[in-house]
Design a protein around this ligand. Structure first.
Ligand SMILES: *Cc1c(COP(=O)(O)O)cnc(C)c1O
Length: 395
């Protein structure tokens, strides 16, 4: 049976399991070599020097391209390294249109570094076609989309925006970290490039830092191979192995993340200390219809607002099972306070315009039992309310 004909669950479980011809090892080994011997002058085994190509990384890269329905995959040393490699497509004077509610690190990379090289960006709600058209100028080269966004879970219609981008000869770049190819494949919806922080769901165990790029089209794939090798922010053989190991269970994990997140979002929606829950699987979420159309499931992270910003400090102190920590997408549940952590580099005006305020918390729901997570949250929320009320009583 051809691998391409297999369902995604099977292709995930079997990453690297058929590639090792010499011994038949069911896990592709870690080739811990930086140099590869040439049989003779003018001949190569296909491998020369690790930065250009390395066997373990190659198996991962081929799997990434296959899973995202692309033509070529590139494994990088982090999600930021992947984004920096992609941004190297652009030159002085180029302009980018970028999702308004953007990952803080991507915003920082663009505003603090790319601007020094004469590349500028305009931040818009990428689901507002008029805003996109208004932001487009003669030097605009690309549109960069996150859907759902983090932390506010805004949804962008990928098919609509990618076709608009194609029509205007812009490259469309989608950060697919939150949904992974298990739930959403942007290249099938018209995007040119997909990037991942594989540190999150793909790795899945909060133990490996990695990034992936997948490109569509021969020319773009060749250009990306050139940039990947020239910049050199590539993934090591052992981290490539570790990432593949994580990806084998992606389907199972995403199903559980989705199920748990749905239970917890429903619980929070009813809790008296919570005012809003930003979760795209709720039918009253503004992106609900689009999300159903373009993705086969929902991610495990979402955000919510407590009614009073004073609840935040005691809540983060009282959660026990859920860790107060940055990052997302791992088997362990984590909670973050975006305004002071992941999004601290985004200026206050922009944060406030999108709604990342001092009452907003983000939860990355792990694969623990939902009942335990709900009990932890319930106890911590109630303890926070009691503390704040106690202070008021003391005044
Ligand atoms: C974490 C993250 C990144 C950055 O990835 P690293 O692996 O931490 O470098 C980029 N985009 C999104 C959406 C992320 O969540």
């Amino acid at each position: 049976m051809e691998r391409k004909q297999l369902k995604i669950e099977s292709r995930l479980a079997q990453i690297g399991s058929m590639e090792e011809q010499a011994t038949g090892a069911v896990n592709f080994p870690i080739y811990q070599a930086t140099a590869f011997r040439h049989p003779k002058l003018g001949q190569s085994t296909g491998f020369d020097y690790i930065r250009t190509k390395s066997p373990t990384r190659q198996v991962l890269e081929e799997a990434a391209a296959d899973l995202e329905s692309g033509d070529a995959g590139f494994a990088c040393s982090s999600g930021m390294a992947a984004l920096q490699t992609v941004f190297a497509l652009f030159s002085q004077g180029d302009h980018l249109i970028v999702s308004l509610d953007l990952y803080g690190g991507t915003y920082r990379l663009i505003e603090k570094i790319l601007t020094r090289f004469g590349i500028s960006a305009t931040y818009v709600d990428t689901n507002d076609m008029d805003a996109l058209e208004q932001a487009r100028g003669p030097h605009t080269k690309a549109v960069i989309i996150e859907t759902p966004t983090n932390p506010l879970m805004m949804i962008t219609d990928l098919e609509a925006v990618c076709s608009w981008a194609r029509h205007n000869e812009l490259t469309s770049i989608v950060d697919n970290t939150l949904l992974t190819p298990f739930f959403q494949r942007p290249l099938e919806l018209g995007a040119d490039i997909v990037v991942h922080s594989a540190t999150k769901y793909l790795g899945g165990h909060n133990d490996v830092l990695a990034g992936l790029i997948v490109t569509k089209g021969k020319e773009l794939s060749e250009e990306m191979a050139f940039l990947h090798n020239s910049i050199g922010a590539v993934l090591s053989p052992s981290d490539s192995y570790q990432l593949m190991r994580g990806m084998k269970t992606l389907a199972l994990r995403m199903e559980r993340h989705e199920k748990n997140a749905a239970s917890i979002a429903a619980f929070l929606k009813e809790h008296s200390a919570v005012s809003e829950v930003f979760y795209p699987a709720f039918s009253d979420h503004p992106g609900y219809e689009i999300q159903i159309k373009q993705a086969s499931g929902n991610t495990g992270i979402f955000s919510f607002k407590v009614k009073d910003s004073r609840y935040v400090e005691p809540l983060l102190r009282h959660i026990k099972l859920i860790a107060f920590a940055e990052s997302l997408g791992g088997v362990e549940s984590l909670m973050t306070y975006p305004a002071v952590q992941t999004h601290a580099d985004i200026p206050l005006e922009i944060r406030q315009a999108v709604g990342v305020d001092e009452r907003l918390l983000r939860i990355s729901v792990g694969i623990e039992h939902a009942d335990d997570l709900i009990a932890d949250l319930d106890a911590a929320l109630n303890a926070a309310v009691t503390e704040v009320e106690g202070e008021e009583g003391g005044v």
